[in-house]
Write a protein that binds this ligand. Sequence first.
Ligand code: TRP
Ligand code: ZN
Length: 883
Amino acid sequence: MTQSTSNSVIYLKDYLAPAFLVQGVELTFDLYPNQTRVFANIQFQRNAEREASLPLQLHGSDLKLISLAIDGVVLTTAQYQVSDELLTINTVPDQFVLTSEVEIDPANNTSLEGLYRSNTMFCTQCEAEGFRKITYYPDRPDVMAAFTTTVIADKSEYPVLLSNGNSVKRGDLDNNRHFVTWQDPFRKPAYLFALVAGDLQVVEDRFVTSSGREVVLEIWVEPENLTKCDHAMASLKAAMKWDEEVYGREYDLDIYMIVAVNDFNMGAMENKGLNIFNSSCVLARSDTATDAAFQRIEGVVAHEYFHNWSGNRVTCRDWFQLSLKEGFTVYRDQCFSADMNDAAVKRIEDVAMLRTAQFAEDAGPTAHPVRPEQFIEISNFYTLTIYEKGSEVVRMIANLLGEALFRKGCDLYFARHDGQAVTVDDFVAAMAEVSDIDFTQFMRWYSQAGTPELQITDQYNAEKQQYLLTFKQHTPATQGQKDKQPLHIPVKLGLLNQAGQDMALHLSEGEASGAQGDQCRVLHLREATQTFVFENVIEQPTPSLLRGFSAPVKVNFSYNQAQLLHLMQHDSDGFNRWDAGQRLAIDALKSMITAFNSGLMPILDTALVEAFRSLLNSSLSPAILAEMLVLPSEAYLAEQYEVVPIEAIHACRNIARKTLAQGLQVELKQCLQANLLEGNYRPVAEDIGKRRLKNTCLAYLMSLEAPEVVDQAWQQFNQADNMTDVQAALVQLVHSKQDDKADAALKKFESDWQQDALVMDQWFAVQASRPQPDALARVKALMEHSAFSLKNPNKVRALVGTYCNQNRVNFHSIDGHSYRFLADVVLALDKMNPQIASRLITPLARWQKLDLKRQGLMQAELQRIAQAKLSKDLFEVVNKALA
Ligand code: TRP
Ligand code: ZN
């Protein structure tokens, strides 16, 4: 693979409309593994918005140019210039057809971008800038065109030939070859182009839209996976119905296809009418996939489907606007999953992920705004900030407008911009227009990076019956952004009286939504410091702040333990009940960590044991109880420190878990028994909650390693009829000190599942997250396993990704061996797949949070990487990390 030499920075402020627009494209692919020919007829027209004499410049990389013609006249080499990235033709008419022929080598395309091979099939991935690896084209999202695509291939090896839109023609050719022609009537940017060829089989279904049109639904997979498509199909139909009911959005083509491929850089891709999915986001059967996988599939299938409107019908003007489609679509898929499952649990999971991983990104060297202003490689910006924080920003907008107005704003946005490539400003303008809300200050959520911090203090005046809340907001400096302006932060809150009930709220001043006397109101912070006065407050209240996590900020309020217990037990807001429990646990763990660091014996506050006992004795739903019993993760605990005490966090969290297990043995055993399920596996919220709770109890009990619990785990591993329970038991055995049982379980699992790539990913991940000190040696050994391949992103993520991100105590081992290991893997990987290499480096780039010794070791590895010839992707991240 040729690596790019120019690492130039692209700026949002430099945006210019395209010099040429495309009226139509006809593509013909003559598919061969090593020498595929791509023939393109592109109808160009000068864009009246731009200067009249601009040359034609087309993107293209790794292409072998065979011939070029304009309006049928072949160009001589003097008439154009070709560089690594561009084809330039200086003199062209105002309107013309460009005919080109190029040769590409899909079999050696390990970047999984452009046209590539996965197992025996051909497939494509064009977002963001992959189409330029297929043919010369203006590869930018504001150039939209109708595509007609003819795919030619060997009929026996590739009986199935797919592309976007409707198939309009097919037939046989000489030499056992055949062709299919596809026509996509919707104008689209090149990033939504897709092609698949292979020996695939289909699961078919139908959906009748609200206006009565019948849509054929097809999921294409390799034959052995035909029995694993039901859940994805059910999810697709549910998503189609939901988008009609909640957003009034119907599907527009007569056919909707999903193809599962094993080699894929991300989760899935919303190509028009032909979604291509990482097989991990499609395939599920009760015996092969965990509850988490079932839920992820439901979410990702919906996400890609929702893109048909939020992304495809209305697309992005340029890649700086990426969150326009991604933030909005994540918000839509989160709401869908909330409606299909338990809304409070979904919110807790999403916020936990945001606060752990996105906050860390926002505090690290690659921090960027939801709408970035510059990039070297756009692939580096498919981030938690663009997706998850972007979704939080849309959620705040939706909450500011309320359900009815938000729907009206969406209707206006879709109607006004259907068929266009637009910006975040266009989205917000539609929302402002239907609501008369002024979003001027709110727009800073799109332009300022970093997580805002709220410092909140209170004061109760019994005589005046007044309660004062003072908010100070501050957003830390991030790379390239020093001075931050105050944001418009909606703070949804309530005040609990001593009986645990919500008090009626009477505000004397300050901007808020809701009516006087409501039990829950939204305060609108707009200034650096603001005080709100509540009147008629007859007793000292406990504030329930940021209900439902109403803004993606850090909240600092010095709650005492009694207040947190009060909130945990009584708050009418389910999210805040959970959050109070998390704060309680964090406080307890932090005291232990302080003790540990001063050489003292860390002891868990018995108040936490009693708090958890009260939870176990309460009437909470199993799903919520499971969430509340889980201690904050090591990663989230790390977020609470400027310098992360790696060993202390790991050790103290384990001691806390053991203390809880010891103190709550009876309750945990009872709870475990009470949540055993009978009957067939169902991936529904109720059962998922019970399995989660049961396995949470098992995990606590296993921390004591009493023989009867080890036996119970062993039995569950051997007898469970579903992967959730098998995997949960396997994790417990492999992470325990029971080496014999661990080895036996791993052997059995391997021999049961060696033919199933996705199940083997779990086998790799379970071992990679093993806390024992031999973990690195084991990971290295597993890289030699026949089921492992550095070329397959799922394998790399399962083994190397899990080790470096989930196994913190080993990854940050003070000998620095794991840093060196990761650097070696990243260097090797960068030559094959830059996108995956630059994602994998993340934990090494976050050296700023470690102690000086580790900082030195990590920086040394980053510097070693920086010496090599790097892809743009890795170059950008490594340089930010070293800046
Ligand atoms: N648009 C895809 C999604 O969010 C993201 C995606 C899929 C992607 N494959 C990619 C982004 C490859 C960059 C590179 O649904
Ligand atoms: Zn998306």
